[in-house]
Design a binder for this molecule. Structure first.
Ligand SMILES: *Cc1c(COP(=O)(O)O)cnc(C)c1O
Length: 966
């Protein structure tokens, strides 16, 4: 057997494959795929642009060559992105540690206590620093968090006004994102220089937004503006720099209702724009209006404190078009990193870092003023706005000669921001010592001011305490920090322990080679607004990936900007909206969505200014064609789009998909195909050929970006040529013409994306794109096709083996499923009283992560084994499921009482079987070692079953006192 990469990625080897095929009754993988994938949808055109597969060494060498085309200079650009030092103990033990980065979203709290604790630390840190009552567990970035703040204000405000006031001294990317999102919803933005406006003159508004400190660096007291807007029934949203908040008065103390921002500068590299964790915090009383995920404290079956996602758990699936936002995948891994930066430095360390930065800024301002420059503001933290009439471009160019990047606002104005990495006063002689170079560029005298007076008003100096919880005071030594990270990681179940068979989420291998380039400085050290000549390597990589993805999906254009699948949905629907409007079809606002769709679909449609009309599904799980035709007829003139998932969320290749898409087109509508299930299709069929006009893909599912415990993600949006101009652009993008370009000559692309941005950064989470690039490069067209076939083989094998124990819901014509299968546990519940919840929790005792619960059908488990698991692991899972079925039968037979058996008591902690008398009708051994063979490598859940209702009733979203755990 050759050991090219696809054989490392695909877990099933030749012998196993034959055995599985024999069991299913097919002679070959081709025969299986011929039977499973309807002939009508099969792709005929060969894939041309993907090169032949590279070995791991070749791929790394090519990536090195691409990286060498980037040039990392010291960024003083600021504007929301700053140099930061990632503590090595966090880089090695979190960012580069599969125990953290391969974990899934913590929907199963009992086996996610480690990252839930880390996220609770994050919430506590953000809530303390912002002076607000409750913070959530991360947003996608600062600009979209501002939008979420605006939407929260719209929901919670009593004001009838349609106006949202915005301070004009805000970041350009925030303005661009805000403009696009407000326009789609018909909200009116009023930009005003609020620092210089008399609050009494302000128009009535449902909310106000203030950047604090402002984009120009200015620090001013917005409390009078805030008070005025609140008097009139509006809410105040403040985007605050968390590091500045260690020194200046918090938004909460200034009267803000909501604080938002980014935690990038807490140890997360700029990475050419992301990923980073945004944040959002609210005052008391607004908790239930919050978007995104919120971690809360509840208790387990023994009454011990236990963490869980609270309130909004999977809220899109429940509230759909009424959801508070469409956010699903967020930025968990980055939130964990930022929170650990807070844990490692503690409040004193953070304050010291902030003071050192502020000293540099003050020294620089003194010098610049001494040399005759006008520095715009007297009160600032780290950013100076410098007036240089007619000379801004020349000064920026001179600085670049010294490998320093300044931010040019216009012909007469520059900005510069100092950060944790730079050193302006110390004369250390290192590259980070920007003092001598700046002295030369600006013609400053020698010697730096040493006297230091903080440059903000005395009444804005922070007096209140923050981060007082012991966790922020305990782990100062690297030994202690390393052990804390290990302890938390050990509580969690991630792919480094065993399979995570999550339907719809494709938890496949995240190969080490794919991960390698993420931390290379050429990719991680770039500012997202660095000049185009410095970022050539990244643009080449982006161009290649866009081109490959376009061909693989049968589309003409791709944008990698969206930071998650949900954001790709929004971008795609906005493209449809833009297209209709460009043709004068302003009334096309209805979006048809099948009842079985992922909850984000409906939530995204609402955010794109559309009205959701639900289409029924048939008993077999397909879109109900009759109902679809009826709904099309009813809404013919208002039809904007149909949003379907293919293969369906039921894991079936629907034969009628072409009829469905044709019916929508015939009525003048556009077809959005949700591409989260692409793992069942790559190499076999393409959305573009099925009649799709636009799709999003999830690179964190199909293309190997790890889930990170609930993010990051990348949700590229791919479209046909007629929609390409409406894909998300960005005012600060370095690349204006997009591929598909000629891969052989590298000639530039031809399509300009002119839609409003949906992310703060032009290329979204650019620093993790090398992961998907490496996957596609090492698999090649053949390897990707092979992966699909093996994923379908694995799903069908599991379905076959489990069918007699749990009915498999839905199958295609030959009784075959696609890449996942739905096990119906309702008959089991009926017969034995044991529900899917009990099975899911009992799987933990057996050493497994539960499959997806109750989506898309209540009372079921959806299993997606992926191509990466080998037969031994599949068998281990099958045996566990069968053994659990037998346990349930013993309950049904009356051998164990319904309320005291190993299933309803699962999961079992070590303590629960050791401490005290054993009073259950089954043995301790059966409780925790139900499997022979599990003895050595037993995974011990750290808590017993978590009480969900208790946590929602008693909302606690910050670190509980240590005494609670005694
Ligand atoms: C995962 C998923 C989404 C949402 O993607 P996120 O990255 O979590 O926002 C949308 N639709 C389907 C079918 C999915 O499985």
């Amino acid at each position: 057997m050759s050991l090219d990469f696809s054989n490392r990625h695909i877990g099933i080897d030749g012998d196993a494959r034959q055995l599985m095929l024999d069991a299913l009754g097919y002679a070959s993988l081709d025969a299986l795929m011929d039977a499973a994938v309807p002939a009508a949808i099969r792709q005929t055109a060969p894939l041309r642009t993907l090169p032949v597969p590279a070995t791991e060494a070749q791929a790394l060498a090519e990536l090195r060559a691409i990286a060498a085309e980037n040039r990392v200079r010291t960024s003083l650009i600021g504007q929301g992105y700053y140099g930061t030092v990632t503590p090595a103990v966090i880089q090695r033990n979190v960012l580069e540690n599969p125990s953290w980065y391969t974990a899934y979203t913590p929907y199963q709290p009992e086996i996610s206590q480690g990252r839930l604790e880390a996220l609770l630390n994050f919430q506590t840190m953000v809530s303390d620093l912002t002076g607000l009552h409750t913070a959530n567990a991360s947003m996608l970035d600062e600009a979209t968090a501002v939008v979420e703040g605006m939407l929260l204000a719209r929901r919670a405000s009593g004001s009838a006004s349609n106006v949202f006031l915005v301070d004009s001294d805000l970041f350009a990317q925030t303005r661009a994102v805000l403009d696009g999102r407000a326009e789609a919803l018909g909200l009116e933005l009023a930009y005003l220089p609020l620092a210089d406006t008399d609050p009494a003159e302000l128009p009535e508004a449902f909310g106000v937004f203030v950047q604090y400190p402002a984009a120009s660096g200015r620090i001013w007291d917005p409390s009078a503006v805030i008070a005025r807007v609140k008097e009139q029934g509006g809410l105040a949203i403040v985007a605050a720099d968390l590091l500045a908040l260690t020194l200046i008065t918090s938004p909460g103390e200034l009267g803000a209702d909501v604080a938002v921002g980014t935690t990038q500068r807490f140890g997360v590299p700029m990475g050419f724009g992301g990923p980073h964790a945004g944040y959002l915090a609210v005052r008391e009383g607004l908790e239930r209006q919050m978007p995104g995920r919120l971690v809360g404290v509840s208790k387990d079956a023994d009454g011990r404190p236990a963490y869980r996602l609270t309130l909004q758990t999977r809220e899109q699936h429940i509230r759909r078009d009424k959801a508070t936002s469409n956010i699903c995948t967020a930025q968990v891994l980055l939130a964990v990193m930022a929170s650990m930066y807070g844990v490692y430095h503690g409040p004193d360390g953070l304050r010291r870092i902030a003071e050192r930065i502020h000293r540099q800024a003050v020294a620089l301002a003194t010098h610049l003023r001494g040399a005759g420059y006008a520095v715009a503001h007297d009160a600032f933290f780290d950013t100076l706005e410098i007036s240089a009439p007619g000379r801004a471009a020349a000064l920026a160019a001179a600085a670049r000669e010294h490998d320093l990047l300044l931010w040019q606002v216009d012909a007469d104005t520059l900005r510069l921001s100092v950060d944790e990495v730079t050193s302006a006063a110390a004369n250390t002689g290192t590259a980070a010592d920007i003092g001598p170079a700046l002295a030369e560029v600006f013609g400053l005298g020698a010697g730096w001011a040493t006297a230091f007076e903080p440059a903000f008003p005395a009444d804005l100096r922070r007096a209140s305490e923050y981060m007082t919880h012991p966790v922020f005071h305990t782990h100062r030594s690297e030994t202690s920090m390393m052990r804390y990270l290990k302890r938390l990681a050990d509580r969690d179940y991630a792919l480094d322990r065993g399979m995570i068979p999550l339907g719809s989420c494709t938890m496949k291998l995240n190969a080490a080679t794919e991960m390698a380039a993420v931390t290379w400085p050429e990719f991680s050290g770039l500012h997202p607004f660095a000049p185009v000549e410095d970022v050539q390597g990244s643009l080449i990589l982006i161009g290649m990936l866009e081109t490959w993805l376009a061909e693989l999906t049968g589309y003409d254009a791709v944008s990698l900007q969206p930071n998650a699948g949900s954001q790709g949905e929004l971008a795609g629907l906005l493209a449809i909206r833009g297209y209709h409007r460009s043709r004068g079809d302003l009334h096309r606002t209805v979006c048809l969505i099948p009842s079985s769709a992922h909850g984000t679909n409906a939530a995204s449609a609402v955010l794109a200014g559309m009205r959701v009309v639900v289409v029924g599904t048939t008993e077999t799980g397909d879109v109900d064609l009759a109902d679809l035709r009826a709904k099309i007829a009813e809404h013919r003139d208002e039809l904007a789009a149909l949003m379907i998932t293919y293969p369906s969320t039921h894991g079936v290749y629907e034969h009628e998909v072409m009829q469905v898409t044709a019916a929508v087109h015939e009525a003048g509508g556009q077809v959005y195909i949700d591409g989260a299930n692409l793992n069942a299709l790559l190499g076999y069929a393409r959305y573009g050929d099925l009649g799709g006009d636009v799709s999003h893909l999830n690179l964190h599912k199909t293309f190997c970006i790890p889930h990170g415990g609930g993010g990051p993600g990348v949700g590229p949006v791919a479209a046909k040529a007629h929609l390409a101009p409406f894909l998300p652009g960005h005012p600060l993008a370095q690349m204006h013409q997009h591929p598909p370009f000629d891969m052989a000559t590298g000639a530039a692309g031809t399509v300009e994306h002119r839609g409003a941005p949906v992310s703060a950064a032009p290329y979204g989470s650019a620093s993790i794109l090398p992961i998907s690039w490496a996957y596609a490069r090492m698999m090649g067209a053949e390897g990707l096709t092979d992966a699909t076939a093996n994923a379908v083989l694995a799903a069908n094998y599991v379905a076959l083996r489990l069918r007699e124990h749990y009915p498999v819901l839905y199958a295609g014509e030959n009784g075959l499923v696609a890449h996942e299968c739905i096990l119906d546990l309702r008959p089991l519940k009926e017969a034995t009283g044991i529900g899917n919840d009990d099975v899911a929790k009992r799987l933990m005792d057996y050493g497994f992560h539960a499959p997806t619960m109750s989506f898309p059908v209540a009372g079921t488990l959806m299993v997606e084994p992926t191509e990466s698991e080998d037969l031994a692991e599949l068998e281990r899972f099958i045996q566990a499921m069968i053994a659990i079925r037998h346990e349930a039968d013993r309950v049904a037979a009356g051998e164990w009482p319904a309320d005291d058996n190993p299933l309803v008591n699962a999961p079992h902690t070590a303590e629960s079987v050791i401490a005290g008398e054993w009073e259950h009708p089954y043995s301790r051994e059966l409780a925790v070692y139900p499997f022979a063979g599990a003895r050595v490598d037993k995974y011990w859940p750290p808590v017993r079953r978590v009480d969900q209702a208790y946590g929602d009733r008693n909302l606690v979203c910050a670190c509980p006192p240590i005494s609670e755990f005694a």
